[in-house]
Write a protein that binds this ligand. Structure first.
Ligand code: NAD
Length: 503
């Protein structure tokens, strides 16, 4: 009953979902099977790829009640049961990785190879990482005459965006379930189909692990209705939100009335600093590699990565050479059909995002930045037959000053700004001159200087040279980039309360 009705349309299947996943069953929405739906559009410009029900507060009530009912047994479950469920979910995602990749690619435009390699496998890795870290995790400690006991916070509402839809669900669901919480998920209406596929993985995994299905529930719909019903619900104990800083403020304010625990993973405007080999020197070891790495990071996922370093700070003496290398590298990159394998860039995910990115490019030009590559894609750079898609070329702005809009606001598209700096003190000042503090990067041949610089950046994550991401290390933001951390043991602790029992 929960399985989608698939109509073969032009190039892709159209996946109609009519139910919610609530209490371990496919649940008919309060508005009925023919109630209002949200269309999921293909960013590459083909027909819509599916639809999901537009949920109501009544649907949220049903999902929260199911999560509440499942909480006592799940919070009392042992490590072995939790590990079995998390492992079965990780394996279920891995087994269906081609299907997940095709869905994510169709919903939000990531080229299918990166939808598989990054978006899908990372999600499976997160579920597996929580199964592993439960081994040997300390739940209690003794302080003086007190026993300190870590307990699950309760029913969690998880609200997620479209840019890495499955991975960002995994970061919340795996940590909350490992902590012993039960969950109601509201995925983004722009990319909700992968969440339905995940609910099917949960259906099988719960059966395999002998766990009641109500530990994980899914309701779709708008932020204003379903999101708000969750953040204001008296029976939700904690909200974990990933999305824009603007919506995060509303979520925090709405959750304040019932004093919920709130985790926020928000926007960023991160800086990458290329350091000269010695502080006064005129060279950077392998500047072409530094520029290639910078652009690969900024343009990954068509620039729709919250941690993307979209401000690249370059020593003044090397500025002209860097601008020319960046312009050449951006021009070499191609746009392509996300359904096809390859390392091309896909379209921007939504029409709103597309309009916003193009408006930012116009603002950059109007404020005096120099467009050295990219902009709205001309017909000859757009994949044939997909002219209606949201195509933005990899875009590079030079002569950017720290006060320009394009250097201050999150664009969330394939747009990178190159800023010159005179000395390291100025580089630190520019890098930290942001309301955000999500991420940063340092490129330097001298590892000691790179680490020293990383420690001076006011952000939750700093990548040195081609440093690797770990699913066990905490991520999260300073300043207006968020509150709390996700992933690993630090992420699990966000879903717990501490109780002191004293004698
Ligand atoms: P968004 O804020 O528009 O929406 C995110 C989710 O919140 C969606 O499910 C939406 O329906 C819901 N929502 C919106 N308003 C709400 C409200 N008032 N109450 C409850 N729920 C509400 O964000 P988006 O456009 O989907 O995603 C892009 C943004 O996400 C970017 O700003 C990006 O930087 C940020 N992001 C941050 C991280 C991180 O880890 N810090 C990761 C990925 C994306």
């Amino acid at each position: 009953m929960g399985h989608p009705v698939i109509h073969a349309t032009s190039a892709r299947a159209h996946e109609e979902r009519r139910h919610f996943w609530i209490g371990g069953a496919w649940h008919v929405p309060a508005a009925g099977l023919d109630g209002p739906c949200v269309l999921v559009r293909d960013p590459a410009g083909r027909d819509s790829v599916g639809c999901v029900p537009d949920g109501t507060a009544e649907d949220v009530d049903a999902a929260v009640a199911a999560a509440r009912q499942a909480f006592p047994a799940w919070s009392a479950s042992g490590t072995g049961t939790r590990q079995r469920l998390l492992t079965a979910v990780a394996e279920g995602i891995r087994k269906d990785e081609d299907q997940f990749a095709a869905l994510i690619s169709a919903e939000m435009g990531a080229p299918v190879d990166s939808a598989r390699l990054v978006q899908t496998r990372l999600a499976a890795d997160v579920f597996a990482s929580y199964a592993e870290l439960l081994d040997g995790l300390a739940w209690e400690e003794r302080i003086g005459s007190s026993q300190i006991v870590r307990e699950p916070v309760g029913v969690v509402a998880a609200i997620t965006p479209w840019n890495y839809p499955l991975y960002l669900i995994a970061a919340k669901a795996a940590a909350a379930l490992a902590a012993g919480c039960t969950l109601v998920l509201k995925p983004s209406s722009d990319a909700p189909l992968n969440a339905y596929r995940l609910a099917e993985v949960f259906e099988a995994a719960c059966a395999e692990a002998g766990v009641p299905g109500g530990v994980f529930n899914v309701v779709t719909g708008s932020g204003a209705v379903v999101g708000k019903a969750l953040t204001t619900h008296p029976d939700v104990d904690a909200v974990s939100f990933t999305g824009s800083t603007e919506a995060g403020r509303t979520v925090a304010a709405d959750a304040a009335a019932t004093v919920k625990r709130v985790g926020l993973e928000l926007g960023g405007k991160s800086a990458r600093v290329i350091l000269a080999d010695d502080p006064d020197g005129p060279t950077v070891a392998d500047l072409p590699a530094a520029v290639r790495t910078a652009l690969a990071d900024a343009f990954a996922n068509a620039g729709q990565t919250c941690t993307a370093c979209t401000r690249v700070l370059v020593p003044e003496r090397l500025y002209a050479e860097t601008v020319s290398l960046a312009a050449q590298e951006a021009a070499r990159l191609t746009l392509g059909d996300p359904a096809l394998p390859g390392d091309h860039l896909g379209p921007v995910a939504t029409s709103r995002q597309y309009a916003d990115v193009l408006a930012y490019i116009d603002t950059g030009i109007a404020e005096g930045a120099r467009l050295v590559a990219g902009g709205k894609a001309s017909a000859d750079r757009v994949p044939e037959g997909l002219e209606a898609g949201h195509w933005v070329l990899p875009t590079v702005f030079a002569d950017v000053t720290p006060d320009m809009t394009v250097a201050r606001e999150e664009i969330f598209g394939p747009v990178v700004c190159l800023l010159p700096y005179r000395d390291e003190a100025e580089a630190v000042r520019i890098a930290n001159d942001s309301v955000y503090g999500l991420a940063g990067a340092v490129w330097c041949a001298d590892a000691r200087r790179a680490e020293d610089f990383a420690r001076r950046m006011r952000t939750g994550l700093v990548t040195v040279n081609d440093g690797q991401f770990s699913v066990l290390a905490p991520t999260g933001g300073y300043k207006q980039s968020g509150v709390g951390r996700e992933l690993g043991v630090h992420g699990l602790h966000e879903y717990t309360e501490l109780k002191t029992i004293q004698w």
